[in-house]
Design a protein around this ligand. Structure first.
Ligand code: ANZ
Ligand code: ZN
Length: 842
């Protein structure tokens, strides 16, 4: 043990963050304080996970925030006696690498691994408490082999399938996109408008889990941000109503429509089919040549329209009358059938009964094309003063609210809710309809026509059809990019890798071809948290025994940008693996913390905006610890941080001050602390008592503020009070080092050594506070009425003004004095004085 306190250290020992960083980084690399390979079986465990980075360029300020905050939690649980698994890896496949490589004429492989190397070096210096023996990189065949395994498991269960359908197509990236990757009608990656294209693609049947994905959100309400929960709820979008069958003149089969308002069936005045639905094409075959021509032209236009626009209520309504008629099952009315783009082909049945009086989009359409409007629910919200519903035809406003049925035969007089029940029951009796549930959620489109991803482990055989690659032949390695044209062109570049594509069928041995698509990279990240549990296992995707010990993740930390996509997919895959018996839990992430963004001058940082703050510059100038501390101190972790408003220089100054406190201590580690200065001890022990619950509530900034108070109190004790040799000063300094371990690991480690301990401070335990030092002493509070002392109350020194005023007003003596006079003013100076002013009642 080194104890520099006896060795005549220099008086002007200086805090030098560069020297400290250089000193401790290699020590930690040797020591591996965060290794988790053999942790004691009987110690409780926590799994803290930060979303893994995408290796495009070096780490940036956003990473610096996320990893600083996640590390507070990981380090905290270690101090609280837990074995903590805190791994890191790289989410390394995907378009950005591929596009960057194409631009530079490089192999995406080299570009990606170079970036990983750079990020890894920066990450090590940044010193989150990662277990570096568990790093995974999703573009390693050792990793993506298990993506392929997962695909095959889903395929066996019928949860992975191929179908031809209209898909989102990015004309710029020349690839399909999942619904989740279309943001406001635009490609999430390149921001170009997304169009639709009919293609045969691979899907994961996430819709089969829609109910569970929705219902299980209830169990996350206490530990996930409510915003994320409601975004997921909306995305899944469960809607309940009824399917109603309409007979079509000149067609054998009836057409089903989905409605959430079966109560409005008598108000249906026309039917609308999606122009791009198969039904529309079929119906128009029975129409005149002129209509067919108009329809074809219309369809052409619709194809170029985004889904967003189609659903917009602002847009002018367009459509084509198909000269065909449907029959309303309840009253036999003939309803004209139109094709219009506000009805979507892939929701419900791609056709609707239009009820213009009660549905705004139907009303807009009816008004545009002169179709009848019939009110069937008298709503109170749409009523005049005399109780008569306003005419939607005239006002242009549909009556959407609650009300009583009219013009609806035997159902007249029922409330909306009653009528929904009764009409549905009647339809069911007559075999004309049934209750139905629909989801906004679509199956997850996972195939991509791009190079840099996991090959889909399927072989297409002319004789046998789709043949899964046998598990013992995994991984299907991605062929070298050499000689391949990676330019996006709508078909996968892998098709040109002839040696790779042409194989013999695993089933019949005949000539066959590999599937040339690659998987969406969200497949990679849908289960990566399990791979960390046994990252080097080459016999299975993850070890179920390790999953039992560590999983699910206790605390997940990452950006809110992943509120839907990644989190939904990971929840889905977890449920599938649960059903398949590999794991015994159904939710991957027990708790979730979304950190805010790091802004500069009020807006997101970007090169083009010219407000980019480079992390490496900040680290060079202020040091790792100051940057990390600044991230924690800036405010609640969920809030955005404007780098223009914070002071890493101030953080560095504080760290130097804290470090010097440790350096000043002259007592030995084994000194009897109970003999120390009581006032300072009380401050220290209050801090020891309060910090853990503050950390658990993610109030990191409050912990830092309290720590600053502790440093000040200690400084004062050294300079003007008990002195550097007092045991209470040592106790305070050690507490400071332990707390700094959460935010500023280099400074903490260095202090710890100067205080006479071996590394690592990260493994030292948080001491229990001494309860006797937490007992509040009371102070005497003087209560005056009109300038005369009337009572004295013994109160807590921490009492707040409101509480003290209430006590004063409740005092017998005060009440007697005030009697029937009126209190006009109360001035409270907690905890010492309350002044009550009165006057006679008027
Ligand atoms: C008649 C009706 C009357 C409707 C009324 C609403 C109000 P959610 O809640 O999103 O499930 N709809 C059904 N399929 C559609 C499709 N493919 N494209 C566009 N709209 C479609 O909405 C269900 C309602 O949206 C359905 O209920 C249907 O209009 C329409 F006063 O039927 B409703
Ligand atoms: Zn075959």
């Amino acid at each position: 043990m080194t104890n520099e306190h006896d060795t005549g250290r220099s008086d002007e020992a200086r805090y030098d963050f560069r020297a400290i960083q250089e000193k401790w980084l290699p020590v930690w690399e040797q020591l591996k304080p965060f290794a988790t390979n053999d942790v004691p079986a009987d110690r409780p465990r926590k799994y803290v996970l930060d979303m893994f980075p995408y290796p495009s360029g070096d780490l940036h300020m956003g990473h610096a925030e996320a990893y600083a905050l996640g590390d507070v939690i990981a380090r905290f649980w270690r101090q609280q006696g837990f074995s903590v698994l805190h791994p890191i890896g790289w989410d390394a496949f995907g378009l950005p690498a591929e596009n960057a490589a194409i631009k530079r004429g490089l192999d995406p492989r080299g570009w990606t691994y170079d970036n990983i190397a750079q990020q890894k070096a920066s990450m090590r210096r940044y010193a989150p408490s990662f277990d570096w023996d568990r790093v995974i990189q999703t573009c390693d065949p050792e990793y993506y082999r298990w993506n392929q395994w997962l695909f095959l498991k889903l395929y066996e269960k019928g949860l992975a399938y191929r179908k031809a359908s209209l898909v989102n197509w990015c004309p710029f990236d020349q690839t399909v996109l999942a619904n989740e990757q279309v943001v406001g009608g635009r490609c999430e990656r390149c921001d170009n408008l997304v169009t639709k294209k009919k293609l045969t693609q691979w899907y994961f049947r996430i819709t089969e889990y829609a109910d569970r994905l929705l219902d299980d959100l209830a169990g996350l309400e206490a530990t996930w941000p409510s915003k994320v929960i409601s975004m997921q709820r909306n995305w899944i979008g469960r809607s309940t109503g009824a399917d109603v069958d309409f007979r079509i003149e000149g067609r054998e089969q009836p057409v089903s429509v989905y409605t959430t308002r079966p109560d409005t069936l008598y108000g249906a005045t026309f039917m609308v089919v999606a122009p791009d639905a198969d039904l529309a094409a079929e119906l128009v075959e029975g129409s005149s040549a002129e209509v067919r021509e108009r329809f074809d032209a219309y369809l052409e236009r619709v194809r170029g329209t985004t889904e967003m626009d189609r659903l917009s209520t602002e847009r002018e309504k367009t459509g084509v009358f198909l000269e065909r008629y449907a029959i309303n099952p309840v009253n036999g009315e003939r309803l004209p059938i139109w094709a219009a783009d506000y009805v979507l082909a892939d929701y419900g049945h791609g056709a609707i009964m239009a009820v213009p009086a009660h549905d705004q989009r139907d009303l807009d359409f009816a008004r545009a094309f002169g179709l009848p409007v019939r009110v069937v629910v008298e709503t109170s919200s749409g009523a005049d003063a005399d109780g008569v519903s306003r005419d939607p035809q005239a006002t242009g406003e549909a009556l959407a609210g609650d009300g009583v049925l009219v013009n609806s035969g035997e159902f007249d007089g029922l409330s909306k809710a009653e009528a929904i029940q009764s009409v549905t029951a009647r339809l069911r009796e007559q075999g004309l309809g049934e209750p139905a549930t629909n989801f906004r959620l679509r199956d997850w489109l996972i195939s991509r026509q791009r190079y840099w991803g996991t090959p889909i482990p399927i072989i297409h055989c002319p004789a046998c059809g789709e043949v899964p690659v046998p598990e013992d032949q995994l991984p299907v390695e991605l062929p070298s990019a050499e000689g391949l044209d990676l330019q996006p062109k709508g078909t996968s570049p892998l098709g040109a890798a002839e040696e790779w594509v042409n194989v013999s069928c695993p089933s019949c041995g005949g000539d066959a071809k590999r599937d040339t698509d690659t998987m969406d990279t969200f497949v990679d990240s849908s289960w990566y948290f399990l791979r960390f549990l046994s990252p080097h296992d080459d016999t299975q995707a993850f070890d179920p025994a390790e999953a039992k010990k560590w999983a699910p993740v206790d605390q997940y930390v990452g950006g809110v940008t992943h509120a839907i996509l990644h989190l939904l997919y990971a929840r889905f895959v977890t449920k599938v693996l649960n059903d398949l018996g590999y794991i015994d839990f159904g939710e991957p992430f027990t708790a979730l913390l979304n950190q805010g963004m790091v802004l500069m001058d009020g807006s997101a940082m970007s090169k083009s905006r010219g407000n980019l703050v480079r992390l490496s510059d900040q680290l060079d100038e202020h040091g790792v610890d100051a940057v990390r501390l600044t991230m924690a101190f800036a405010g609640p972790p969920e809030d955005d941080i404007d780098w223009a408003d914070v002071s890493p220089a101030g953080s560095a100054k504080f760290l130097a001050r804290a470090w010097r406190v440790g350096d000043d201590v002259t007592s030995a580690p084994d000194v009897d602390r109970t003999t120390g200065d009581a006032a300072l001890r009380r401050v220290t022990h209050h801090f020891l008592a309060d910090a853990p619950s503050l950390v658990e509530a993610f109030k990191f900034n409050v912990v830092v503020a309290r720590l600053m108070e502790l440093v000040n109190a200690t400084r004062k004790a050294i300079d003007t009070g008990a002195g550097a040799a007092d045991p209470a000063v040592r106790e305070a300094a050690e507490t400071i080092a332990l707390a700094l371990n959460l935010f500023a690991p280099y400074t903490a480690e260095d202090m710890w050594q100067r205080l006479g301990y071996e590394p690592s401070v990260a493994l030292a335990q948080w001491p229990a506070p001494d309860a006797s030092l937490l007992v509040e002493q009371s102070v005497t509070s003087i209560i005056q009425v009109d300038g005369k002392v009337r009572d004295r109350l013994e109160v807590s020194p921490r009492i707040d003004a409101e509480e003290l005023e209430a006590l004063a007003r409740a005092s017998q003596a005060v009440q007697r004095t005030v009697a029937d006079r009126e209190i006009v003013n109360v001035i409270v100076r907690a905890p010492r004085v309350v002044n009550i002013a009165t006057r006679p009642r008027a």
